[in-house]
Design a protein around this ligand. Structure first.
Ligand SMILES: Nc1ncnc2c1ncn2[C@@H]1O[C@H](COP(=O)(O)OP(=O)(O)OP(=O)(O)O)[C@@H](O)[C@H]1O
Ligand SMILES: [Mg+2]
Length: 621
């Protein structure tokens, strides 16, 4: 068991390793990066040319050394020319190499920038099925860790590979020129090195993938914990959370440890193999020098060239391992990039650009992907433009599902949901979502000022509509109490709004859009009935002629609607206006009775408390 400070690496139960045939197939994932790098082909060509030139310069050094040593061996002390030559080529090589490396690093930064941008835009179009599969933490881990890994390989990996390849090529040419026989002998261990490198790299690939996956788990867990930190603390679950984190984190650490060990092994094995080439030269080459077949200068130069060749081969393990990591990262990135958004925008030509707001559900049925049964079944109803319609019903009966379908958060079956007589699947998605303002059930505000939150869809808005929306949502009083008014930052980086304030800010953000269709999903649950009534009355007069849909659990909200649909287990069970439904004496009428009784009870209780207060005052006075 290995010990690193607090962390104790558990003994790893080894999986039986299937003897892998050497293959570099997994590196093929890297090919997917080529189109991105190809955008910068002129920089790449320039960079590669630079590297080739710098290698050629470097290859001149042993030749100058050879002539200097041979001069000295012949008793000629004038070696100024070779020395100047060495200094010259080293200088030129350094300058070229700095510039070309910098150029290729820029390509890497630009490439990873492009991938990150594409990744982010792609994720923006994803629906719930995608997030069910990947999870936010996973998506985040891929966008940071995996892109960084890809960048490091594009930046340094390619430079290394090219440098190595050119070194080997140039070195071999010079070696063959100096002594073809010795060259062939030196190359004997090379196939073994290649075999070992490739086999080890192939085994490393699944390890790296697993390690990245474990990293996702750590990120997901941390992000979920931080999002729910108040709940964790409220339920006194900190200790359990720390224990759960320890499990996940230990697994990640063990995988890092295991991968690092494997990498170290790769880096260790390679130089051992290449050292055999050195021994061959010393033995066989040395003898040739002694017998006078080659000069000392040639012998030394040959040594230098051999290092040019075996050096890169020795570090084959190192760069194969970083390429393997990058291949795993690339595969993970493209898993996301290849994911087709489940909701596609395929607009038809006759979709009107401006909606009137006539809505028709025709035998509308919906089942969530992977679910066992329909959550909404066979709903048929028409809503005229300008109507105010309420949906009411028990928890989980499918109200939000119906409303979400209007903006295609849930994609309806073709031919079941129409707006202005056009199937909603025929509208461009952006147009559909910009002309139907859906105010979701869970209020969400960005960590921005209240003003920026209200004008989120269009920051260019003038002050008057912002004020109107704030007034309509009865938010003005609350805003006036905030330290910076409309400029007050809310959310994580600012003040925390109460549930009701958050709900009304979300409401104002929807109202400001002045959309053809307004759909409010239970927007008044944290607002008291009197405020709610005022808001609805004003809304009704402001939205005259435009369609408004609302969901509520309260009869006091629903009664303002022109028509009320009562839902139960995904079906419409009652419909009509308030009076009609009361006369019908069904679910709605019962609910009204219960809720008004509760109201009366509440009123009685309030009055009682008021009386008590007075009593207390009288007694104490
Ligand atoms: N993304 C989803 N995947 C699978 N099932 C879902 C999903 N969203 C909702 N459901 C299920 O669909 C049913 C209807 O949900 P919906 O949110 O439409 O209910 P609701 O009437 O709005 O309830 P509430 O009054 O609590 O808001 C529920 O049983 C719920 O569990
Ligand atoms: Mg709901």
């Amino acid at each position: 068991m290995a010990q690193f400070g607090q962390y104790t690496a558990p003994v790893y139960r080894r999986q039986r390793i299937v003897r892998a045939r050497p293959s570099l197939k997994h590196l093929a994932h890297l090919k997917r990066l080529l189109p991105y790098a190809f955008t910068y082909r002129s920089w790449i060509i320039l960079g590669i040319t630079g590297i080739l030139a710098s290698r050629l310069c470097e290859a001149q050094v042993p030749m100058f050394m050879r002539s200097a040593i041979d001069s000295l061996a012949l008793g000629d002390p004038d070696i100024l020319l070779p020395v100047m030559g060495i200094l010259g080529v080293v200088l030129v090589r350094s300058v070229i190499s700095i510039f070309s490396s910098r150029l290729l690093r820029r390509v890497a930064i630009a490439t990873s920038y492009d991938i990150r941008k594409r990744y982010f835009s792609h994720v923006q179009t994803m629906g719930s099925a995608f997030f069910n599969q990947f999870g936010t933490g996973d998506v985040m881990a891929r966008s940071s860790g995996d892109i960084a890994m890809v960048r490091s390989v594009v930046a340094y990996g390619w430079v290394q590979v090219l440098t190595f390849a050119f070194s080997i090529l140039v070195g071999l040419c010079y070696m063959l020129f100096l002594s073809p026989k010795l060259t062939l002998l030196v190359l004997i261990p090379t196939p073994l090195v290649a075999y070992l490198g490739i086999t080890m790299s192939r085994r490393l690939f699944p390890l790296v993938r697993e390690q990245r996956q474990a990293m996702d788990d750590v990120t997901s867990f941390t992000s979920e914990n931080l999002n729910g930190i108040r709940t964790v603390q409220a339920m006194a679950q900190e200790k359990q959370e720390i224990e759960r984190f320890e499990d996940i984190s230990t697994r990640y650490a063990s995988l890092i440890y295991r991968t690092a060990k494997y990498r170290a092994k790769m880096n260790l094995v390679m130089p051992f193999v290449t050292i055999s080439s050195t021994l061959i030269i010393l033995g066989y080459g040395g003898q040739q020098v002694l017998t006078g077949q080659i000069g000392v200068g040639t012998f030394v130069a040959f040594f230098a060239y051999m290092h040019m060749v075996t050096g890169p081969i020795g570090s084959l393990g190192g760069w194969l391992s970083s390429f393997t990591s990058a291949a795993a990262a690339t595969q993970r990135l493209f898993e996301v990039l290849d994911y087709q958004p489940e909701i596609q925008s395929n607009p038809v030509a006759h979709a009107p650009t401006k909606m009137i707001g006539e809505i028709a559900f025709k035998h509308f049925t919906y089942r969530y992907p992977g679910a066992g049964e329909d959550v909404v079944s066979d709903i048929s109803l028409s809503i005229a433009a300008g109507e105010v319609v309420a949906f009411l019903g028990r928890i989980g009966c499918g109200k939000s599902t119906v409303l979400k379908s209007l903006v295609r958060f849930n994609d309806p079956q073709p031919g079941t949901l129409f707006i202005d007589n056009v199937d909603i699947r025929g509208y461009p998605l952006e147009q559909l979502r910009s002309q139907i303002a859906l105010i979701p059930q869970d209020p969400f505000l960005f960590s921005l000022s209240i003003r920026d939150n209200l004008t989120y869809d269009n920051p260019e808005r003038d002050q008057p509509p912002i004020d109107t929306a704030a007034q309509l949502a009865e938010l003005v009083e609350a805003i006036e109490e905030f330290p910076d008014g409309m400029g007050t930052i809310v959310g994580e980086r600012g003040i925390t709004l109460s549930g009701g304030q958050k709900q009304r800010a979300t409401l104002a953000r929807g109202l400001i859009r002045d959309a053809a269709v307004l759909a409010m999903d239970d927007c008044f649950s944290s607002v008291d009935t009197r405020t709610e009534e005022r808001i609805l009355r004003r809304l009704k007069s402001i939205r005259k002629g435009r369609t408004t849909l609302l969901i509520s659990h309260r009869v006091s909200t629903a009664r303002h609607a022109d028509r009320i649909f009562v839902m139960d287990r995904g079906r419409i069970v009652e419909s009509g206006n308030h009076a009609e439904l009361m006369a019908h004496n069904g679910y709605y009428a019962n609910l009204e009775a219960v809720q008004s009784n509760q109201d009366q009870d509440r009123k009685r209780k309030a009055a009682l408390l008021r009386d008590l207060d007075i009593e207390v005052e009288v007694v104490s006075g």
